[in-house]
Design a protein around this ligand. Structure first.
Ligand code: URA
Length: 202
């Protein structure tokens, strides 16, 4: 029988990509996971929201943003006329839950982000969203290739580009839950995103 080299995500269709993520062992995060979290939504969605990575609830359920931050995200989507699983796709920078030594959630490390990024890149190529929204620091910095010293506040208010598409940065819903005073800022970021969407869809 022919020996097949491991296929690169860049050559996979949607089903192959899902299977590759489900069986991925490209970094150490595979060891502690209950489930991989591929993403949720219509694979032809025009809006792609990108978070950081699964937390405890997401690891258990295999779906992104299912905890309190997810409820808030669903309400934000509702206010934008969008819906999880319908015209918005929700994914994360990493597909497996990062934890620290004591079982608490932590942000993914640079090598974990690097190992996982080809999957998100392929998701973007296959979904072909009109616009990307980076939710929080990890998503923004990973996509824009910036170092950890750059605060989200510096990245807001500008329409960036990633993969030939507009990318708007806003605060992570989990941060917003702790800083409800910043909800006006998030809404203005999403208004910027809606106008970038309208321009890009013309
Ligand atoms: N936070 C994230 O960034 N992603 C999730 O899926 C859940 C919480």
């Amino acid at each position: 029988a022919a020996v097949h080299a491991a296929q690169s995500p860049a050559a996979m269709d949607w089903t192959q990509l899902q299977a590759a993520v489900a069986g991925c062992t490209a970094c150490g995060l595979c060891q502690g996971r209950k489930n991989t979290v591929f993403g949720v939504g219509d694979s032809k969605a025009k809006w792609l929201f990108i978070g950081e990575g699964p937390g405890r609830n997401e690891d258990i359920q295999g779906e992104p943003f299912v905890g309190p931050a997810g409820k808030l995200l669903d309400n934000i989507l509702l206010a934008m006329g969008l819906k999880r699983g319908d015209n918005a796709y929700i994914a994360n920078i990493v597909k497996c839950r990062p934890t620290d030594g004591t079982g608490r959630d932590r942000p993914p490390a640079a090598d974990e982000v690097a190992a996982c990024m080809p999957y998100l890149q392929r998701q973007i190529e296959l979904i072909q969203p009109t616009i990307l929204v980076a939710l929080g620091k990890t998503a923004a910095l990973s996509l824009l290739g910036l170092d950890a010293a750059t605060p989200v506040s510096k990245l807001r208010g500008t329409v960036h580009r990633y993969a030939d598409r507009p990318l708007v940065v806003t605060y992570h819903p989990a941060y917003l839950l702790r800083q409800l005073g910043d909800k006006g800022k998030v809404w203005s970021d999403l208004c910027l995103a809606m106008s970038a969407y309208a321009n890009a869809a013309e």
